[in-house]
Write a protein that binds this ligand. Structure first.
Ligand SMILES: [Zn+2]
Length: 324
């Protein structure tokens, strides 16, 4: 059982207990104030016992008897409701209330998992993914423009200027985030801050209460494969459909296999169909991508907002600065 499944079951149990306690409290209140209602409720209970006995007795005219008893109960129930109304209570005051009336908070309807249970499992799975994220989350305030060269590169582009704009774009993206936000495709060589800026967006959204699934493509795909082969419980594909934002880091570093490609395609395609944003980053060049992935994946990636990263490997810059 996954942690998410356990957490969802616990939540259902809590809901049932809350509903029972609430129900008991209301019964106690009514029995103290209006004992005649409690007497009528006992009548219903006794008649129900009689019905059970009648069913077991196999005697003649049994269905007639059962019908009579059932009608008796209905009219008593009606009497109780009229009395409750006349005392200023809602007529269903003594009926148990559930968060989900469909499954009465048991999580199952005719042996099948109820939608409320599935929703809870997904909710806790999203939290589990966020908790298990292997990538350190950062703040936009930690962005260091000085790590990027302040001189034009061979194409006449000033990396520092470009990266400042990019950081502002990402900050605005996080500030104004909604499910209508565009999907982003972060491109650039290793060590230019793609993971860093992704993690800044992730952190800011998480702090504002949004669900973010953030991990490397490799980790997500391994998890999905383990689930598909029954080695691990869970439904990561579904969770990735539900999350407010999905960030797939380091596309291209994962093992290349048809199973992985098809899972990857499903993740991306589902998000597009659901019109929910996804951020993907890669160290690969466009031609390397085209070599590795089939056209369906490439054409979807091309529909994203491209963010090109410039500069030189920050880890090398930091090392140089340290040794100076
Ligand atoms: Zn339910």
């Amino acid at each position: 059982m996954t942690e998410a499944y356990k957490a969802a079951k616990d939540e259902l149990l809590k809901r049932r207990r809350r509903s029972e306690e609430d129900n008991e409290r209301r019964h106690l209140e009514i029995s103290t104030k209006f004992p005649e209602i409690s007497r009528l409720e006992r009548n219903i209970l006794n008649t129900s016992i009689e019905i059970s006995k009648a069913i077991c007795s196999h005697s003649k005219n049994i269905s007639e008897l059962i019908d009579r008893l059932k009608n008796e109960n209905l009219s008593t129930q009606h009497k109780i409701e009229t009395m409750l109304l006349s005392f200023g209570y809602p007529s269903d005051y003594l009926t148990p209330k559930y968060t989900c009336e469909r499954c009465k908070d048991t999580g199952f309807v005719s042996g099948m998992r109820c939608g409320c249970f599935d929703r809870l499992i997904n909710k806790y799975s999203i939290l589990e993914i966020a908790k298990n994220c292997h990538i350190k989350l950062s703040d936009f305030s930690d962005f260091k423009a000085e790590y990027y060269p302040n001189t034009p590169d061979s194409n006449g582009i000033n990396p520092q200027d470009k990266m400042k704009l990019l950081k502002d774009y990402c900050k605005k993206y996080a500030d104004n985030f909604s499910t209508d936000s565009p999907s982003l495709f972060m491109l650039g060589k290793t060590g230019l801050g793609k993971t860093f800026l992704s993690s800044c967006i992730a952190k800011e959204l998480m702090l504002s209460g949004k669900n973010v699934a953030f991990d490397s493509v490799q980790n997500f795909l391994i998890k999905i494969q383990n689930e598909q082969f029954g080695r691990e419980p869970g439904n990561t594909i579904e969770v990735l459909n539900e999350t407010d934002l999905v960030i797939l880091d380091d596309l291209g570093s994962e093992f290349n296999s048809p199973v992985f490609q098809s899972a990857l395609y499903n993740i991306i395609n589902n998000r597009i169909n659901l019109e929910k944003p996804i951020i993907i980053s890669t160290n690969l060049s466009l031609s390397e991508l085209k070599e590795k992935y089939d056209d369906r994946i490439i054409s979807r990636l091309m529909s994203f907002e491209p963010l090109r990263f410039f500069g030189v490997d920050i880890r090398q810059v930091m090392l140089k600065l340290k040794n100076r």
